[in-house]
Ligand binder design. Sequence first.
Ligand SMILES: CC(C)(COP(=O)(O)OP(=O)(O)OC[C@H]1O[C@@H](n2cnc3c(N)ncnc32)[C@H](O)[C@@H]1OP(=O)(O)O)[C@@H](O)C(=O)NCCC(=O)NCCSC(=O)CC(=O)O
Length: 502
Amino acid sequence: MSTKTQRIDAATLLSIVLDEDSFQSWDSQPQQPVLNESYAADLNTARNRSGTDESVITGTGLIQGREVALIVSEFNFLAGSIGQAAVKRIVAAIQRATAARLPLLAGPASGGTRMQEGTLAFLGMVAITDAVRRHKEAGLPYLVYLRHPTTGGVMASWGSLGHITVAEPGALLGFLGPRVYQALYGEDFPEGIQSSENLFRKGLIDAVVTPQELPALASRALQILQPAQHPDAFPAPTGRTAFRNTEDVWHAVQSSRNPRRPDTRMLLATADDALPLNGTGQGEKDPGLMLALARFGDQRCVVLGQQRPRHPDTASLGPASLREARRGMQLAQELGLPLVTIIDTTGAELSVQAEEGGLAGEIARSLSELIGLRSPSVSVLLGQGTGGAALALLPADRTIAAQNSWLSPLPPEGASAILHRTTSHAPEMARQQRIGVDSLCEFGLVDHVVEEFVDAAARPREFCHELGAAIAAAISLAITIPAADRLERRQKKFHDLGEAAR
Ligand SMILES: CC(C)(COP(=O)(O)OP(=O)(O)OC[C@H]1O[C@@H](n2cnc3c(N)ncnc32)[C@H](O)[C@@H]1OP(=O)(O)O)[C@@H](O)C(=O)NCCC(=O)NCCSC(=O)CC(=O)O
């Protein structure tokens, strides 16, 4: 049995991904355990076959001028398998990267634990995992490029812990290697399941990219993920900028439903940079939510945006989208990046799957995480703000609203149906329930309104640019406040909502 995709060895990968002649090795001679003559012979053959002294090489290099630490597998050395010396080398490299505050890029390709060494090597997964955890806890980026093939204990430790994980096209990626499956079950594992492309479809990895495409992607990701050098160098706060909107709220509801109204996708397309991520990383994805790293002006952030379905009848927001949202919250928190949430939803999915998938619990967890999030946060009411799905992304340090956005417990037609047994009182309900932006300002929820000059759909690009600038300004206000104060103010704001308007 031999897998079809061509393997790229470690040296070739480094020569493609790194700036010319920038690689500097961190490796010293490995101390191999002395087990038996046959293993000594295997090691010898492996060295000759691969030209390396172990199954991984580590060091630093430049990716488009930016220094990164690297751990790259050499599959030609005993299938990139991990023995005790490889464990030591990987752990040392991660620790050195953490100490030097370097971002880390791992490029595994491996048959997992080295069978010749057995259990002690297997236990090394724990030490590697702990080193990665500490690196991430130090607020440093960890990127993973899964190469063909990556299996077993490598997939189950350092292969699956990336802030961002991308994979080589056509790579075989899985936990149980097909060779083992075949031997144990007497049949082949189903085709196409353990592939980069399928993992992408299932929301387990963020993208499938060739080695040639990796430097541009890694460089963009790191530009957004790495902490700013001078976080205080942002513009000073300019105070509260909310103003009253005199437009009728029913006009706002109608305009929020215009299919041509700018949406999250368009906002990201007009950002200074936006790198979409994919799925929960745990086997689910939902088109109702977009997760991206983005930059608005000087401000880098994680964006969680509700995306209106292209067709009104398809997909409202399900529990998976909120699990994906929580991945974004965790990413922001781990890397100390601001979080921007964008609310634009006709409401949460009403279905058996949504109920069984724990929709209500996900809304509760999302609220709880956002209100306690250590990162600075900005929420944006972009259009429709219906029910729990909208509320789930609302708690933030600052809230921006598009002039024709709104927030309500149900669509106005639903409220009308409850009170009047017909939807025809919707405009009246919208006014009565005080769902419009002028009310939201009065309640003390909205801090800044982005004008639409009647309707954002008539000037979508300009509107998105103005909204992007408002987001950058709101982030710069939020980040100047020390974290403990920020959290206290955020919590107080939500406890005190409406006090001023009463
Ligand atoms: C990785 C593969 C998909 C690659 O398949 P290919 O067809 O491309 O290549 P291949 O099978 O001929 O393997 C190339 C050479 O590497 C050897 N080889 C493969 N895996 C190895 C390993 N883990 N330790 C030591 N040697 C290994 C093979 O015996 C072969 O040696 P030669 O060239 O001499 O014939 C497959 O080898 C495979 O399914 N391996 C097992 C993966 C797995 O389930 N690992 C779990 C290990 S336990 C673990 O990691 C802990 C855990 O799971 O929690």
